[in-house]
Design a protein around this ligand. Structure first.
Ligand code: FES
Ligand SMILES: [Fe+2]
Length: 324
């Protein structure tokens, strides 16, 4: 699966990954295993034991290592094999390592680095959410489409009076001129002459800044045909814990309806990665943000580093070269 190279992708909500159990998740078309080491740090690897390729995710976490359920080999958060129980006194082969994907946790999300360059130390780019809470509001919505389709849907003002006729689109203008701003990985969208309200931060997060509540989305790729929305509403007017949770719950209910309306239409589009030229589509002025997004994407698109260097990918490439 193609990704934006050298970026942090949000791939999971922190609350899904406990301290004790490994977690299996499909992301970027790969089966991944996630776990926390002894200090709580997140580790992400391909869900495949280098010994005889059993899945690691049904295994256990022991002393911060993931233990394969087949023969008990243990791997630390760097992917290094620390124990082969059948031969405790023999040296461990150097090649007995996991395919790791650099991972980090920030803003209650788990992020992975796509490479090929090494992951930088700087904080992961995010929105300024000082003092805001999303308590009670998070929901997870799976959609049968490529994640680029979902991103484009959320950059699109012209769909509001149609798709959301009965909800947020009631007062949305049908006739409009859209203004798009591009600044590095940041794309802003608004109506001409007005403050932009949509902000997309590549590769896969978004917010809508209307009124006192900021809607937040992470567009998480599962594979070429499926993605998941992580949806949150951030606010800071309700601060008393029970009350802010309740506000979150109300927003969550609204968001489920709105995203449901989007999903009904987006799932009827071909579930393919969007491209600037290759698709059989005819774009118009109101698609300005979508064109800007596709342009940005084409500049940074590439293979996920772990995918490109995996034995299977190398075999595949060798085959393609041989038959070319
Ligand atoms: S397959 Fe994992 S330890 Fe044997
Ligand atoms: Fe929508």
């Amino acid at each position: 699966m193609y990704v934006i190279k050298n970026r942090w992708y949000a791939i999971l909500s922190s609350r899904e990954l406990g301290a004790k159990r490994p977690l299996a998740r499909r992301r970027f078309g790969l089966e991944l295993v996630l776990w926390r080491d002894a200090s709580g740090r997140v580790a992400v690897a391909r869900d495949s034991c280098p010994h005889r390729r059993a899945k690691l995710s049904p295994g256990r976490v022991r002393d911060g290592c993931i233990e394969c359920p087949f023969h008990g080999f243990r791997y630390d958060a760097e992917g290094t094999c620390r124990a082969i129980p059948a031969h405790p006194d023999r040296p461990i082969p150097k090649a007995m390592t996991l395919d790791m994907i650099p991972a980090r946790e920030a803003h209650d999300l788990v992020w992975v680095w796509t490479g090929p360059d090494p992951a930088p130390d700087e904080p992961i780019p995010f929105f300024d959410l000082d003092g805001y809470t999303y308590a009670g509001s998070e929901c997870v919505v799976p959609v049968r489409t490529h994640y680029t389709r979902a991103i484009e849907n959320q950059l699109d003002f012209a769909h509001l009076p149609f798709v959301h006729r009965t909800t947020i689109g009631v007062f949305a203008p049908t006739e409009l001129v859209v203004a798009t701003g591009v600044d590095g990985d940041r794309l802003t969208v608004g109506l001409e002459g007005q403050e932009p309200i949509i902000e997309f931060l590549g590769p896969n997060i978004w917010r809508n800044k209307t009124g006192a509540v900021w809607q937040f989305l992470a567009f998480v790729p599962i594979d070429d045909e499926r993605m998941i929305y992580y949806v949150r509403s951030y606010q800071r007017f309700a601060r008393v814990p029970g009350f802010s949770w309740l506000v979150g719950r109300v927003n969550r209910a609204l968001n489920s309806v709105i995203i449901g309306q989007d999903t009904l239409v987006v799932e009827t589009q071909p579930a393919v990665e969007t491209r600037l030229r290759e698709l059989d589509e005819l774009l118009v002025q109101s698609d300005g943000p979508i064109i800007a997004y596709r342009r940005w994407r084409e500049r940074h698109r590439g293979e996920l580093a772990v995918d490109a260097s995996s034995p299977l990918a190398v075999i595949q490439r060798d085959r393609e070269r041989a038959s070319a």
